[in-house]
Design a protein around this ligand. Structure first.
Ligand code: SF4
Length: 681
């Protein structure tokens, strides 16, 4: 028997990007465990990925190409050869391009794998060569990065691992214990050394329960809380005047603006008592090092970029960037650009093509005025019928008989059920990749541990095969996987990386990016007042504007739909829409439900477990009630990620959610959604 161990890296859309070791016996992976040498994940995976081999060897894996044999959405397919499937796609795409032009083809992909080349590399060349429309925007990340950059000039942030040196930790709109679990031991280390942990979140999460202090603003109102904190910092002389003088511009203008936001006014807007705001501001102004930690939840509001733009002003006022363990720790994905340049995958001329925001897939597929209409849709690394807001419109679009849909997938997802052709995709154990992280400062190597199962292929191989089927001949379209990785890497020895399984991005151990200024703005200073924002038609100063779809933003709508809907990640055993259908994952989590506060339940005579209808103008769902003390009155939650099978029909949580784009950054306002609920029967 041959036994070997193979180093790899988790590819999921998760900040932790854990290192792993696969044990392979006679070509079969028999064990997957965390790599104890990995400096961040330190030998632990998570309850989702501890059972990853169930995913790899699931009897439900798609292992052959399929062609639709029934009505769209019915999930009826016939297996065919690769050549037959490729010929069908090439024939349809040629016809569509000949009649409607290349921009009638839309690629749609997301972070189903975050690996450098399997997420997006040769696809850019293939669709660039085709002249297709270009997908822009982001479900997560773009708004947060743009908001932070509006203040700091770049999205670059503090090293999350430096939180171990903090004395005050504000976990702001992030459920660390569930969605960023490998950071928690570093927080515990800080706690053991006397740090105070404050959680600010509209939901009393498991992280909130483990904190020293929990603050619960109304959803989407955090900016009012921040403005009042700044009011108190300035009023009570808790500002680092030297840092402000040396490294910021627009302090006077900011001071004028926040003077209009005393804690009492903010309390009315965000529902946090004025005295608690005062106490928070004093703690933040007095304790050093003070770290603010946030990730992506707060960007899912119409004012999502403003959240990050305003938040980034706080460490500039207190000078906490000076300290190791201070500043603002959010996504650190931009640091990987020191060693990884994915622009090498771009195709010349693509930048001028029509763009479609990925959050507006439903609109693009159902807009009868779109010229040219989307006639061919390619989907990989994602399940938009479940994960994208206004999913009801997406399903309506996917049903179009004149839409040719191609999906590359590991399983028959809600989206794949609508495909005309499905290609079988490999899992991370079957493909090579380099995985940058947005949760820590290490690049991970992923060596394929086993041969691809059945006829599955990595995404890169799919694009090579499709290029060949289309008759394209440019050599760039056929570049091999390791060559793609090498061409994008700088300053890293590939053989060493391969041997170790990870390498630290080229930044100092004591990373304090703005200890001495050096912000990314034209003058190198924090823009408390932003001329760039003013020139692009935005408020140059932080301010709080309620979302249009919120109780304060549209009282008429709120009269019909008085409850704010949140769609949080709730599960330990699945991630976004991945795993929810697998027996050792989704079913053990129970199923979706509507979570609500006892007062809202009492008003509507709802008891625990009652079947509820939840609805707005977009969709209706029926789900059981779960009454808890985790939410404020006026707020309900439906966990996101369950496929429609678990909802007993077509709709999912995202059928209800709002697809209004965020203020800037190309993201979307999932969490500015109003609904009503009622007991069925
Ligand atoms: S999903 Fe996240 S926590 Fe789990 S193994 Fe992958 S990177 Fe680690």
């Amino acid at each position: 028997m041959s036994v070997e161990t193979v180093l790899g890296t988790c590819h999921h859309d998760c900040p932790d990007t854990c290192g792993w070791i696969a044990t392979v016996e006679d070509g079969i992976a028999v064990k997957l465990r965390g790599n104890p040498a990995h400096p961040y994940s330190r030998g632990e995976l998570c309850p989702k990925v501890n059972r990853f081999l169930h995913r790899v060897y699931s009897p439900d894996r798609l292992l052959q190409p399929l062609i639709r044999s029934g009505p769209k959405g019915a999930g009826l397919f016939e297996p065919v050869s690769w050549n037959a499937a490729l010929d069908r796609v090439a024939e349809m795409v040629r016809e569509i391009v000949a009649i409607w032009g290349g921009e009638a083809v839309l690629p749609w992909w997301d972070a189903g794998t975050q690996g450098l080349i399997q997420m997006s590399s040769l696809d850019r060349r293939f669709f660039g060569r085709l002249g297709a429309s270009r997908l822009v925007g982001s479900l997560c990340g773009g708004t947060a990065g743009a908001g932070t950059a509006a203040t700091n000039g770049t999205g670059l942030a503090a090293d999350p691992m430096s939180i171990r040196f903090s004395k005050l930790i504000l976990l702001w709109a992030t459920n660390t214990k569930l969605t960023n679990r490998h950071l928690w031991p570093f927080i515990e280390e800080a706690k053991a050394n006397g740090a105070e942990v404050v959680v600010i979140d509209p939901i009393r999460t498991s992280t909130a329960q483990a904190a020293d202090w929990f603050i619960q603003p109304l959803p989407g109102t955090d900016v009012a809380l921040m403005l009042a904190m700044m009011n108190v910092l300035i009023r009570d002389d808790l500002v680092d005047s030297e840092y402000v003088e040396d490294y910021t511009v627009g302090y006077e203008e900011l001071a004028d603006r926040v003077a209009g936001w005393p804690p009492e006014r903010a309390a009315d807007a965000c529902g946090v008592p004025a005295l608690e705001i005062e106490r928070l501001a004093h703690a933040y102004g007095a304790k050093r090092p003070a770290m603010i930690r946030t990730l992506i939840g707060a960007e899912h509001h119409e004012n999502g970029a403003m959240f990050f733009r305003t938040l980034a002003c706080l460490p500039a006022l207190t000078g906490s960037w000076r300290d190791r363990g201070g500043g603002l720790a959010r996504s650190v994905g931009s640091w990987a650009d020191r060693n990884v340049d994915d622009a090498v995958f771009d195709w010349p001329g693509s930048a001028s093509r029509r763009t479609i925001n990925m959050n507006h897939l439903g609109r693009a597929l159902t807009d009868s005025n779109l010229d040219p209409p989307v006639k061919a849709l390619f989907v990989w690394n994602g399940n938009p019928a479940v994960t994208v807001p206004n999913a009801a419109a997406i399903r309506q679009g996917l049903e179009r008989e004149d839409l040719f849909t191609v999906v590359s997938e590991q399983f028959m997802t809600d989206t794949a059920r609508f495909a005309d052709v499905v290609f079988p995709a490999t899992t991370q154990l079957e493909q090579v990749d380099l995985v940058p992280s947005w949760g820590h400062l290490y690049l991970g190597w992923n060596e394929p541990a086993i041969e691809p199962l059945g006829e599955a292929v990595p995404n890169t191989e799919l694009w090579r095969r499709l290029s060949r089927a289309m008759g394209f001949t440019e050599t760039e379209l056929f570049e091999g996987d390791e060559s793609l990785i090498s061409s994008a890497l700088t300053g890293v020895n590939l053989e060493t990386l391969r041997a170790d399984g990870f390498v630290r991005v080229d930044v100092p151990e004591d990373l304090r990016p703005y200890a001495n200024g050096s912000f990314g703005t034209p003058h190198g200073k924090v823009e408390l007042f932003s001329r760039t924002l003013a020139e692009s038609g935005h408020d140059p100063l932080p301010d709080f504007i309620p979302a249009r779809e919120s109780p304060a933003g549209d009282p008429d709508l709120a009269a019909r739909y008085p409850l704010v809907l949140l769609t949080p990640k709730h599960h330990t055993r699945f991630l976004n829409s991945s795993y929810s259908h697998l027996p050792k994952h989704g079913p053990v989590e129970g199923g979706p439900f509507v979570e609500l506060d006892p007062s809202n339940a009492q008003e509507r005579s709802i008891g625990e477990g009652d079947l509820l209808e939840i609805w707005n103008d977009r969709a209706r769902l029926r789900l059981p009630a779960r009454i808890t003390n985790r939410l404020r009155p006026g707020v309900v939650a439906v966990p996101f990620g369950w496929w429609s099978d678990h909802h007993g029909g077509r709709a999912t949580a995202n059928s209800l959610t709002n697809d209004t784009l965020t203020d800037w950054g190309g993201g979307v306002a999932y969490s500015d959604t109003l609904v009503e609920i009622g007991k069925v029967g």
